[in-house]
Design a protein around this ligand. Structure first.
Ligand code: NAD
Ligand code: TYD
Length: 350
């Protein structure tokens, strides 16, 4: 049998596919539209590997999905494909509605029709990969998000993910589709597109450019190394209970300014600036993001106790690995930041 991964040329999806094929013989069909965020370079090490089949298609294309389910015996869907950047959702929300809501709906429909009413007992699984941002923003001393928190999405991105979560949940409740939802905190690691905070800061620091901190930089995120997110999803696929949701987090709450200063300190050690100054001197405070969520934090007790999952990396070990990966893979960074990337920087940071 085969697993169908959507969005497997993006940041988390490509890490998942690479990790999966290291540990399993079960083949992967990797369906991705190859938007600006999808990059075949991420999958270069799989060239010629018969266990990996890439299909360029849009999850909104019902016929393309139908063909895949008809041609292969899909045991599980792991659904990553999405528009994923909050700032882009503020500039242009419609693509988020199309891919994240309509696309997820089409994928649920394709699985429902192909698998029929006995999908659960046949061992099928539909893992819907979502975010902690659906829960909204926390006050500084509020308890972390648990699976029972209400949904209060604040950005067009998080609203579209919340809508998709509701469809996924409803397809389990109404049709018995064997859905499990995961809600994860901010990921970081290899192949992260340099529009998100951590890879953007590494990239701009090395180019001698300003490091833009939105507002005062005291906003808090929980950070999880991408390999730990992938191991959590594998665990949920193996043993998660149908119809449940699992929060996934790294127990690493950091302010944005702390994260940026940590990256600067690592770069100061590994690639000192020629003028002897710290990269931290490039930090610049810029206009805040509209509707910027103050704090996210994840209570990952459920996945820890039920599924015995723990992250392997701390923030210190994960961020050091990440900085080292970017230093060793500047060719990848150059390739993904050529072309349309420059238009985005103009729009967002001009
Ligand atoms: P990403 O933007 O790096 O990758 C998204 C991938 O989806 C790209 O390869 C893109 O080409 C593909 N895609 C976009 N629209 C598509 C469409 N219509 N049809 C087919 N493919 C399409 O995103 P990511 O950071 O890897 O996130 C993956 C998933 O994980 C998303 O669902 C996101 O909401 C979720 N998530 C991300 C984070 C994070 O910190 N990055 C945290 C929690 C959850
Ligand atoms: P980001 O990586 O875009 O993830 P998300 O918005 O999904 O949490 O941003 C992480 C945090 O960093 C968020 O609070 C916004 C902030 N940020 C900046 O301060 N400057 C930037 O240039 C970017 C991209 C983000």
């Amino acid at each position: 049998m085969t697993i169908l991964v959507t969005g497997g040329a993006g940041f988390i999806g490509s890490n998942f596919v690479l990790d999966w094929l290291k540990a399993s013989d079960e083949p992967v069909i990797n369906l991705d539209k190859l938007t600006y965020a999808g990059n075949m370079d991420n999958l270069a090490s799989l060239e010629g590997n018969p266990a990996h089949r890439f299909v360029q298609a849009d999850i909104c294309d019902a016929d393309a999905l139908k063909r895949i389910f008809a041609s292969d015996d899909i045991r599980a869907v792991v659904h990553f494909a999405a528009e994923s950047h909050v700032d882009r959702s503020i500039h242009g929300p419609e693509a988020f509605l199309d891919t994240n809501v309509t696309g997820t709906f089409r994928l649920l429909e394709a699985a429902r029709h192909a698998w029929g009413p006995n999908a659960a007992s046949d061992g099928r699984r539909f893992i819907h990969v979502s975010t902690d941002e659906v829960y909204g923003s926390l006050d500084r001393d509020a308890p972390a998000f648990s699976e029972t928190n209400t949904y209060e999405p604040n950005s067009p991105y998080s609203a579209s993910k919340a809508a998709a979560d509701h469809f996924a949940r409803a397809y389990h409740h109404t049709y018995g589709l064997p859905v499990i939802i995961t809600n994860c905190s901010n990921n970081y690691g290899p192949y992260h597109f340099p529009e998100k905070l951590i890879p953007l800061v590494i990239h701009r620091a090395l180019k001698g450019e300003p490091l833009p901190i939105y507002g005062d930089g005291t906003q808090i995120r929980d950070w999880l190394y991408v390999g730990d997110h992938c191991s959590a999803i594998r665990r949920v696929l193996e043993a998660g209970r149908l119809g449940e949701k699992y929060n996934i987090g790294g127990f690493n709450e950091k302010t944005n300014i702390e994260v940026v200063r940590t990256i600067c300190a690592l770069l100061d050690e590994r690639r000192p600036r020629s003028d002897g100054q710290s990269y931290a001197s490039q930090i610049t405070h810029v206009r805040d993001r509209p509707g910027h969520d103050k704090r996210y934090a994840i209570d990952a007790t459920k996945i820890a106790t039920e599924l015995n999952w723990q992250p392997a990396e701390t923030f210190d070990t994960g961020i050091a690995r990440t900085v080292d990966w970017y230093l060793a893979n500047q060719g990848w960074v150059d390739r993904v930041t050529s072309g349309a990337y420059k238009n985005w920087l103009e729009k967002q940071y001009a």
